[in-house]
Design a protein around this ligand. Structure first.
Ligand code: ZN
Length: 311
């Protein structure tokens, strides 16, 4: 078994305004970090764009049409104060989804133990019919739905350690009892959702707000004491990760104080639980992370850990 890495050059064609934190250089920094000799054994694959019909697993056709029609023929068009589209954004979003779905398919078909999708735009803020927070479509939630409806799994977990609440994933999986969504995030912080009392229609949502200034101790305690017992009781057949690295101490958009070692720790613990319940099957996809050095180092450490566990 091994670890697969999916990315797509089309993800570099989604452009945002000058000075915007969610920029092309983020993915370039991640790809550069993976040039190190430690990643020589990483099995790199190119999936191509997802079938647009996959978007219907989580979004209505009217919303899909609206996003497609908002794509400008030149320049950059705002969808809201934070979220923009450029001529390459439609193809980038479908490439991001294609990579994530191919990673999911490959792991579920037994072609690899685990996989990482190095993609942008991110997805965990996109609600059913609302683009938000740099996100157009709920990429990881769509992968969860595909694992359930196409592959026939009974239980899929989505774990989100991005510093921002995964409001979009929560919205898309709110009434999906076959999915358990767990998010740790700084609160208060944009988008303002993710209180502990938001639990989904069947107790299938678990939110763990962390106070500004929280670090390794608080983060690890939340996952170890609250999240992992519920995750183990759920017995997921597949674990998907919304891997945002903006809870790093160096990140400019938030005020948690994680270090690279904390991302290694949570990756190892997730793999432990996947080994116990999910035949080790883990599929992770890039969400946020806006300090280029911290993003590159943290993502590389996350992938290295997946490689060690997938070997
Ligand atoms: Zn974030």
């Amino acid at each position: 078994m091994s670890t697969l890495f999916y990315t797509d050059p089309a993800c570099l064609n989604h452009l945002t305004p000058e000075g915007h934190p969610e920029r092309v250089d983020r993915l370039r920094a991640v790809l550069a970090a993976l040039e190190a000799p430690a990643f020589a054994a990483l099995d790199r694959r190119h999936a191509g764009p997802a079938d647009p019909a996959e978007l219907l697993r989580c979004h209505p056709q009217s919303y899909i049409d609206r996003i497609r029609q908002a794509i400008p023929s030149e320049g950059i068009a705002p969808l809201d104060a934070d979220t923009h589209v450029s001529p390459g954004s439609w193809d980038a979003a479908l490439a991001a989804l294609g990579a994530t779905l191919a990673a999911t398919d490959a792991v579920l078909m037994g072609e690899a133990q685990n996989a990482f999708a190095g993609i942008r735009p991110p997805g965990h803020h996109a609600e059913r019919a609302t683009p938000m927070g740099f996100c157009l479509f709920g990429t990881v939630a769509i992968a969860a739905k595909r694992a359930l409806d196409h592959h026939g799994l009974a239980r899929v977990a989505v774990l989100d350690f991005d510093v921002h609440h995964g409001n979009g994933t929560q919205d898309l999986l709110w009434d999906e009892p076959r999915a358990l969504f767990i998010s740790s995030h700084q609160s208060p912080l944009w988008p303002g959702t993710g209180a502990a009392h938001e639990t989904g229609t069947s107790g299938n949502i678990l939110n763990m707000p962390l106070a500004p200034g929280s670090g390794s101790k608080e983060f690890r305690a939340a996952w170890e004491d609250i999240a992992f017992p519920q995750l183990e009781a759920f017995k997921p057949e597949l674990i998907l990760i919304s891997a945002g690295f903006d809870a790093h101490a160096d990140d400019p958009l938030a005020n948690l104080n994680l270090q690279t070692e904390d991302f290694i720790w949570i990756t190892e613990r997730i793999c432990d639980i996947a080994d116990a319940h999910a035949q080790g099957r883990v599929v992770s996809a890039l969400e946020g992370g806006y300090d280029l050095a911290a993003l590159a180092q943290s993502t590389a450490a996350h992938i290295k850990t997946l490689m060690e566990r997938g070997a």
